[in-house]
Design a protein around this ligand. Sequence first.
Ligand SMILES: [Fe+2]
Length: 493
Amino acid sequence: MGKARALEVERFLAELVDSGYQLTPEAFELVKDLSATMDLEELLRKLMEKYEPKFIGKEDIEKLLKPKKISISVKPEEFKPIGREVEADIKLEKDASRVLKKGFDFAGYFRDRYRKLRKFFEQYFSDITPIGELRSGEQATVVGMVVEKVERKTSILLRLEDPTGFCRVVVMPERASAYANAKEVLLDQVICVQGRTKGDVLFAEEIIFPGIRRVRQGKEDIPDVYAVLISDLHCGSKKFAKELFQRFVLWLNGKWGGKFERRIASKVKYVIIAGDLVDGIGIYPDQKGELEVFSAYEQYRALAGYLEQIPDYIEIVAIPGNHDPVPNVVPQPPIPKKYAEPLLEAREIHLYGNPSQVLIHGRRFLLYHGNALNDVVTQVPDISYSKLNAEMMGRCMAILVRGRHLAPVYGEKTGIFLSPEDPLVVEEEPDVVHMGHIHVRAILSYNGVLLVNSGGWQYRTSYQERMGLIPSVGEAVVLSLRELEPFIMRFGS
Ligand SMILES: [Fe+2]
């Protein structure tokens, strides 16, 4: 603690004691934490107003910290929430952090990835040649993991591995579709290459990804309710867009927006948060200067103040992101109780791991923070942070989903937990894939799968400024579960 803050705490304590109050050691610790973000004179005034001289405990101070309830500006009869009439139907189908086989197994992890992804190609090709059996001058179809990629001026070179060996693949620009796909190939993805061998080189004619396709089922039996997708709140950051998030909460209560917006709000039954609920502590160098709340627990407490105002008939689902206090290695476990306590005390909330697969009225949602989007941005030549608009973000998500793996690249931007099985393969087709992480909102319908990046609730940070990234702030993607039609609600001016 700096000298100025220490002095402020001392003065606070002296005035309190002079007025006949005492502090428990826990309350004293809390005051020290709060001194970073709060005017202690104001706290002193509030304490004296609320309590007669006595022993002040931590809970007494906490009671003063809860944000004021938002005032009601619409008569209750004008807002008839349809969501309240509908029974929730939400099932956790798969939480990648829970299906881990115990232990660390580098070779086993990649073997499992290869085995699971090869199955998709086996549905289409019955003549896959093991790489170890390739002969010169043959037409061949191979399935391998990309262990090396080199872009030259006139060609792209790949090195593929399967359990029987390695081979070199050359992709020439004349093979336009193979060349375009090769540009978007990520390291450690499992792909299929068709081509002709010459010596020990396979000249690619086609490059094929596992791919994904979802045939939309008629779901007339689904109630006419909506899910709202948001992510990257970064509560606790100085840049957290508090006023916009407050508007969001007001809107869910039918107290913000015109008739149209309120009609949409009345149908909301689910709020889904794809990670980075808080800004966290020590996530990047010099983060302290950008924080308003200096402990993760207090950041969740601040967030609880908002979430508790969301009507209780609305189900809230949340997975962690790289800023939440869980190991920054995918899969990430649900936000632990020791931090999430204020949220869980404030209201019911479904905390799942990152990634997780959830069925909502039978619609399959794949919830993923989007950690590996960084690898896509850095590995695909014509994608960069400074050019990242909604269209490009849609493409980034499609590159991951098309490869049916949520974090293929090992050893670069995204930490991966190498267990004996790989739970990051997209084995079942989802209806909706919901990501966040890079704070650029995007919606793309990709072969019948709706890809959503729900942007963020944090104004542009100095880091984003350095990267040239323009974030989307204060937007929510609203999705009718019956039609899966997305709609963007904007809470900024
Ligand atoms: Fe974030």
